[in-house]
Write a protein that binds this ligand. Structure first.
Ligand SMILES: [Zn+2]
Length: 106
């Protein structure tokens, strides 16, 4: 079972929720280090295995598919992907820390 790398995330305790997706860490190094900081873990994160769950992303962080939006169709799972520059901004305990507040708008 996938575990969310964000410290204190509730989706790790809950039973498996089909609506929650788990996202891999981005390839881009700069972006990836932002994600790692937002996870707020003392121990290093193994980004190859780590995942961040969809609870931490706003709807706008996902790629848009106008065809589905216009036709009001449910988006197939394979198309439900994050933008290339998406960062987790929701339900992040680390947002309270000084370091992070400058980086992400609350
Ligand atoms: Zn999570």
């Amino acid at each position: 079972m996938a575990i969310c790398a964000i410290r204190g995330c509730s989706s790790n305790q809950k039973k498996k929720d089909p609506d929650i997706k788990f996202h891999r860490f981005p390839e881009n190094e700069e972006l990836r280090s932002k994600w790692i900081q937002l996870c707020n873990h003392k121990d290093p994160i193994n980004v190859k295995n780590a995942r961040v769950c969809s609870l931490h992303f706003e709807p706008t962080a996902y790629k848009r598919h106008l065809k589905y939006e216009l036709l009001n169709l449910p988006l197939p799972k394979r198309l439900n992907v994050l933008n290339d520059d998406a960062v987790p901004t929701q339900r992040i305990a680390a947002l309270k820390s000084k370091f992070i507040t400058g980086m992400v708008q609350v």
